[in-house]
Design a protein around this ligand. Structure first.
Ligand SMILES: C[S@@+](CC[C@H](N)C(=O)[O-])C[C@H]1O[C@@H](n2cnc3c(N)ncnc32)[C@H](O)[C@@H]1O
Length: 205
């Protein structure tokens, strides 16, 4: 099965922030949509740690969905649904049949950095429709903050991403905040995660 070292390194910290956030959600049977699930390593770990959540993984790439299916089969988890094709830059009506107002939480780990602004806009527009009232969008990754990218490792990451694809790069928290506002959401919290000498910002909208 494909193994992403990055996902192996960050799953625990992302998971603990998610657990803390979901404890605050009313009701203990929750429904979560993961965007850009990649290999599927995250969703199976999240499901193991949070059995009170039904998880819907998704990805734009068939290769990723194959990997997610393999992780689900290997872990025998019954709370993870089969992955759906979902292009987060598309309108929510095309989001794999996920109904409007159905999600308690939407999770996107390292998606906004590895995709174009069109995807960030799609994520915020879609979340505004797909989330229940008081639902949460939780994103993880490095960000620019009000036009500034710091520390130097994040600047290097931004440059590397731009080289891979000129449309990729660290999104600006201020821009995301405005997109959220335009879709009936507000930025509630930003949590700094220290990891292997690097600091990454995780924002929760
Ligand atoms: C850097 S990987 C992160 C994967 C996983 N979340 C993780 O952290 O290990 C980005 C993932 O987003 C997916 N992706 C890119 N653009 C997308 C889009 N517009 N809609 C949905 N998924 C997308 C890619 O196929 C890839 O699996």
């Amino acid at each position: 099965m494909p193994l992403s070292p990055q996902a192996e390194r960050n799953w625990e910290q992302v998971c603990s922030v998610l657990q803390e956030a979901l404890e605050e959600q009313p009701g203990r049977q929750l429904f979560a949509l993961e965007l850009g699930s990649g290999t599927g390593q995250h969703v199976v770990r999240f499901a193991q740690k949070m059995p009170f959540v039904t998880w819907q993984p998704s990805d734009i790439q068939e290769e990723a969905r194959q990997s997610i299916r393999a992780y689900i089969a290997a872990t025998n988890l019954t709370t993870v649904l089969p992955p759906v094709h979902l292009d987060a830059s598309e309108p929510w009506e095309k989001w794999g049949g996920v109904p409007r107002g159905s999600c308690d939480v939407i999770v996107a780990v390292n998606l906004l950095q590895y995709s174009s602004f069109k995807t960030a806009r799609g994520v915020l527009n879609g979340a505004g429709q797909i989330l229940k009232a008081n639902g949460l969008l939780v994103t993880y990754g490095a960000y620019a903050i009000n036009g500034t990218i710091a520390p130097p490792c994040n600047r290097r990451l931004h440059e590397e991403l731009r080289k891979m694809n000129p449309e990729w790069g660290l999104p600006d928290v201020d821009v995301l905040r405005q997109l959220a506002y335009g879709n009936g959401m507000r930025m509630e919290r930003m949590v700094k995660l220290a990891h292997a000498g690097l600091k990454k910002n995780k924002i929760k909208l």
